[in-house]
Design a protein around this ligand. Structure first.
Ligand SMILES: Nc1nc2c(ncn2[C@@H]2O[C@H](COP(=O)(O)OP(=O)(O)O)[C@@H](O)[C@H]2O)c(=O)[nH]1
Ligand SMILES: [Mg+2]
Length: 218
């Protein structure tokens, strides 16, 4: 039992080493990359679809989709107009840096401006495994409830931007935005936040402006 903590530390530091290699590969290719993390159903793939629809004419976008099984999400990203690769984790509840490392050569890296990685739907495990992407983006959604920052502090603490999706549902679902945002502020003070709806398009422009700014900054 006493050996467990050193073993986990070793796995995590090996992951960080590969994550740093991934970052180098992406930087060398001039690619800006984001890691989308969220619970299942929050709207990761929907935000990818909307982002690709709106930006694909201006920015070359690739998507790497992580799921336990199926290629359903990569199929959706491809149908939206992105180059898409699916990773099946076969049961793992998160992507890790090695999985991304193995997926990167499946893309024409010289032909990509923006890489979006869709992590496995989960609010716990993805927070522990850096992939080497430039930004970690968390997608919350109204039906999940306003208590999630308090219940899953780990994932809310480590992110670079927060999307609050499905704001079209605010009239129908009890969700105290002030309470939610107070919880976020405690964990990630000043976190850049985009309330939006993939369904109606409300709020998408601010998200896309931020993303384009990041892509241009590479
Ligand atoms: N009402 C509403 N539904 C949405 C919105 N975004 C996504 N959905 C729906 O939420 C469900 C899960 O979306 P999906 O993108 O597959 O989530 P993922 O599992 O995080 O990739 C689908 O039925 C979407 O149509 C939104 O902004 N508003
Ligand atoms: Mg999805």
């Amino acid at each position: 039992m006493n050996n467990r903590i050193p073993v986990i530390e070793k796995i995590l530091s090996a992951n960080d080493r590969i994550a740093a290699e991934n970052r180098q590969v992406l930087d060398r290719a001039g690619i800006f990359s984001v890691n989308f993390m969220a619970s299942p159903g929050a709207g990761k793939t929907s935000l990818i679809e909307q982002t690709v629809h709106r930006l694909a004419e201006r920015i070359k976008i690739a998507v790497i989709d992580g799921d336990i099984a199926t290629s359903l999400d990569a199929d959706r990203a491809a149908a939206a107009g992105a180059v898409a690769v699916q990773i099946n984790t076969g049961g793992d509840c998160h992507l890790d840096a090695v999985m991304l490392h193995e997926a990167l050569p499946r893309l024409e890296l010289g032909d990509i401006d923006l890489l979006i990685v869709e992590n496995v739907g989960n609010l716990v495990c993805p927070a522990n495994f850096q992939l080497g992407t430039h930004k970690n983006v968390l997608i919350a959604s109204i039906p999940e409830g306003d208590d999630k920052p308090y219940k899953y502090p780990g994932i809310y603490r480590g992110v670079d931007a927060l999307v609050i999706n499905k704001i079209d549902l605010l009239p129908y679902i009890p969700f105290r935005m002030d309470y939610f945002r107070r919880g976020v502020e405690i964990l990630s003070p000043g976190l850049v936040t985009f309330p939006l709806s993939c369904q109606t398009g409300e709020g998408l422009d601010a998200w896309l402006d931020w993303l384009c700014l990041q892509v241009r900054s590479v």
